[in-house]
Write a protein that binds this ligand. Structure first.
Ligand code: ZN
Length: 351
């Protein structure tokens, strides 16, 4: 099969060619619960750029054994082959893949915390196989059959980007009441999904905070009540919109270039600051944390059940992805376009 293979890291992100199309052996069923999926689409994620850059190396590849590898952790497609113990799936079924292959028997798995599985493997991130290819091996536990109207191409980026956005919104909507406010910082790939999930799941005021006027204009019709451009007065604007209190929930999809301080400053006392994007340190004096009673909450992808819930929202047309399609052979172009900010919504590779 064809795959786009990453052979070396590029810390300066200057190389013209990051991945190379190669002929590699087809994946084989190994465990009786394995499933081979014919990839219908693979999302191209900012995490992939961070992988190329080597940001993840000390975590996922400390011994220098990962490369060459195939990236691609946001995958959907059709069942191609199933192991002897697989029930409920047959060749041709359209599926989305939860990004983590988990064993299912550790305590975290049994509690539904898939992301903290004791024995998880993350295709496209910490094993050599990923979705920038024609076929991918996964486990039956990771599959969700697409409900009724969706096709793999409609949904691939939901499996990581969408799931992350959904999970953080679900946490926030558990405490957000009508009349309260939720700030969404960053209305790009994840933000535009989060805004739609918020609109579908609660009645709080949605305030979109963005540095790009174009992105703000694109995001507002998806469910924003107020748009705030980052121009130096953004904290005052949010305070004005929230009766001087700040927002009960702030979801930060940026996490760098000063957005963590800005986000915390926009959070109301006793409110919650949800951090999703990353790149800088979150700093808060202990005494300020105590007096303000602000909670800082980390967010890591989501569970299988949450991906199922998101598919139900998508199937009802309540959450749509804005997508830019590339052929698998154009993986480099997609990655470079993402790196230079040319992608609107999410990029997907279609074999
Ligand atoms: Zn991703």
């Amino acid at each position: 099969m064809k795959a786009q293979v990453l052979h070396s890291y590029d810390p300066d992100m200057k190389q013209d060619v990051w991945v190379k199309e190669e002929e590699v052996p087809n994946p084989k069923l190994e465990k009786s619960t394995d499933v081979i999926v014919k990839i219908g689409a693979a999302g191209v994620c900012r995490t992939d750029l961070h992988i190329i850059e080597g940001v993840w190396k000390h975590i996922q590849d400390p011994d220098d054994k990962l490369l060459p590898c195939v990236m691609g952790h946001e995958n959907a497609g059709w069942v191609e082959d199933v192991g002897s113990d697989v029930e409920g799936f047959k060749k041709g079924d359209p599926v989305i893949l939860h990004p983590l292959i988990s064993g299912g028997t550790c305590l975290n798995c049994r509690r539904g915390h898939d992301m903290h599985a004791a024995d998880g493997a993350f295709p496209g991130l910490n094993i050599k196989e990923g979705g920038y290819s024609e076929l991918l091996r996964t486990g039956v536990r990771n599959l969700i059959k697409l409900p009724t109207v969706l096709t793999p191409k409609d949904v691939a980026p939901f499996s990581d980007a969408g799931l992350t956005a959904y999970r953080v919104v679900k946490k926030a909507t558990r405490h957000l009441l009508p009349g309260q406010s939720c700030v969404v910082i960053g209305a790009g790939g994840l933000g535009h999904i989060a805004i739609q999930c918020l609109r579908a799941m609660c009645a709080a005021n949605i305030i979109i905070v963005e540095k790009s006027q174009t992105a703000l204009d694109h995001a507002m019709p998806l469910g924003g009540d107020h748009g705030v451009l980052i121009d130096g007065n953004e904290i005052e604007r949010v305070k004005e919109l929230t009766k001087g209190n700040g927002a009960e929930a702030v979801i930060d999809f940026v996490g760098e270039h000063g957005s963590t301080k800005m986000g915390l400053d926009m959070t109301a006392n006793a409110g919650s600051y949800y951090i999703v994007g990353y790149g800088e340190k979150i700093e808060i004096l202990a005494v300020d944390a105590i007096i303000s009673e602000k909670s800082i909450i980390g967010n890591l992808v989501g569970t299988w059940a949450e991906l199922y819930e998101l598919m139900e929202l998508a199937d009802k047309g309540l959450v749509k992805l804005s997508m830019q399609e590339y052929k698998l052979s154009e993986a480099n172009k997609a990655l470079h376009d993402l790196n230079t900010g040319q992608v609107k919504g999410r990029a997907v590779l279609v074999p």
